[in-house]
Design a protein around this ligand. Sequence first.
Ligand code: ADP
Length: 368
Amino acid sequence: KKKIAVMTSGGDSPGMNSVVRAVVRTAIHFGCDPYCVYDGYEGLVQGGHMIKRFHWQDVRNWLSQGGTLIGTQRCASFFERSGRMIAAKNMVLNGIDALIICGGDGSLTGADKFRSEWPSLLQELVASNELTEQQVAPYQHLNIVGMVGSIDNDMSGTDVTIGCYSALDRICQMVDYIEATATSHARAFVIEVMGRHCGWLALMAGVATGADFIFIPEKPRQDDWREEMCNLVKCHRDLGKRKTIVIMAEGAHDRQGNKISSEMVKDILADKDGLALDTRITTLGHVQRGGSAVAYDRVLGTLQGVEAVRAVLEATPETETCFIAITENQIVRRPLMKAVLDTKEVAKAVRAQDFERAMALRDTEFAE
Ligand code: ADP
C-alpha cells in the first residue's frame, strides 16, 4: 500500500485546504494511505507527530476554510543539506513513498533539490549508520509532485495559481467598501495591495473596480507620472466622478528603479497647489490572504489535488518531476524545474526592466 504525504509550504493561500482534502480523499479512493506533514518542510525535519496519518473524515468541512489547516512555515534548516538529510530519514522511517507539495516557487525549488539529492542522502544515511540498507531499499526514487499555492499568480507555466482569485475577490470587496465612503466625502484613496514582483493582483483589481490609476512592478512609471496621474484624475473629476481610487502594488517603482510609495502618491494628490484632494491611504495587508476561498480556488485546488495523486501513481523512475498546472482551462502536468527557473528569470527580467522578456517568460508555452 502506497503512503502518499501532502504538505503546504511557504506563504499560505486560500484553497490550500481544498488541495489537502482532495489529496487525502483521492489517495484513499485509490487504495493508498494518506499522510499530512504539518508546517511544511519544518514538519518533515522534525518528524514524529508532525507527520500524521489522515483519514477520510479528518478533512471534513475543509473546503470552506481559509488559510491552511495543516500549517505552513519558512524552514531555515531545509536550505541546508543536513536539514534535508534529517527530512529524508523521517520520510523513510514513516515509510512515505511520495510527497505532494503545495507552495510557491521557493517551496518547489526546495522540492526539486530534495529530489535530486535523494539517492546521495540515502547513501549518506546508510554510511553513517542512521539507517540500514534494508530500510532504504524500497525508497530508491523520491516521487514528488508540486502544486502552486500563491495569492500573487506569479508562477510561470500555469495560468492561475491556487488562491489568487480569492485574494483578488477580497481586494475588490475592500475597494467597494472604501468607495462608499470615498464617494460620500469626495475623497481620494491610495490602496496598497500585495505584489512585490508581480502586479497581477493590482492590475486585475484596478480593472475590476474601475480604479483611476494603478502602479505595478511590470510597468515602471515614466518621469512625468505625477502629471500623467493628476491629469487623468482631474479628467475623471471633471466628468463628475466624486471619488478617486489609486491602486499600488508593493513593488511600484519608476524607470530609474526608485520606489514609488503610497505616501508620495498621497502627497501629490493632496498638494494644495494641485488637485488638493482630501486623500487617505489604506494598506490592505493580510486581509488579502484571509477568509474562505472563492469557488474557483476550491475547484482548482480539488481538481489539481486529484491530478497530483494520479501523477504520483503513474510516475516511474524515468518520469520527469512535474507540477500540476492549469493552461487554457485544462488541468495538466508540467516539468517542475522549468517553471521554477522561468519564474526566477521573470523576477530578474522585471528587476532589469526587460518587460518584453518578462512577459514572454510568464506566458511560456512548454514547447514539448
Ligand atoms: P514560497 O514557497 O511561497 O515561495 P519560500 O520561498 O519562503 O516560500 O520557501 C518556503 C520554504 O521552502 C523555505 O522556508 C525553505 O524551507 C524551502 N526552500 C525554499 N527555497 C529553497 C532552496 N533553494 N533550497 C532548499 N529549500 C528551499
